[in-house]
Design a protein. Structure first.
Length: 171
């Protein structure tokens, strides 16, 4: 019986540690996941690519219903990313999305919508930017010539999303 007590203490300590690691991984602590997952990649010209404040400005965060309503007057090619702050795949896409916005800045306008803001998602549905409900995140909606061209779910990496952008928008 005396041997079991130290083993129980060790097991409880391990479980608490694992629980804390899980909390740090999934809590929406601003900037924490960026610090943990930020990576550098080398462009073809050899320069380093990091998400900069200039690149972040290429992605517009939709935060009001009036912003969504103004978009209905545009025939631009638009890519909408539906995400959540607690989604691991969304956090991975968050580091790639601005780089793709930079890459396609002359052809496609990039937007991000946090699904935790139900009013914005509802406005997207009402204004015709969604032909089906967002049932998985991240979800990417390709919008062109006043209608939804395609919807994809999940994130398979930068190359996969870049390929999908080229395919859906004929670039």
């Amino acid at each position: 019986m005396n041997v079991q007590k130290p083993i129980m203490v060790v097991v409880i300590a391990i479980l608490i540690t694992l629980g804390l690691i899980a909390l740090v991984r999934f809590l929406p602590v601003p900037g924490l996941m960026d610090m943990l997952t930020r990576t550098k990649s080398s462009q073809q010209d050899g320069s380093d690519l990091m998400t900069t404040s200039t690149q972040k400005q290429l992605v517009t965060e939709l935060t009001s219903v009036s912003q969504v309503q103004r978009l209905t007057q545009s025939d631009d090619k638009m890519l909408f990313k539906f995400y959540s702050s607690w989604c691991g795949a969304c956090m991975a896409a968050k580091t790639v999305y601005p780089a793709l916005a930079q890459q396609f800045k002359d052809e496609v306008t990039f937007y991000a919508i946090n699904v935790e803001d139900g009013a914005i998602v509802k406005a997207m549905e009402t204004e015709g930017f969604l032909t089906e409900q967002v049932v998985a995140i991240p979800t990417f909606v390709f919008y062109e010539k006043g209608k939804v061209a395609a919807t994809t779910r999940g994130f398979g990496g930068k190359e996969q999303l870049a390929s999908e952008i080229k395919k859906q928008f004929s670039l």
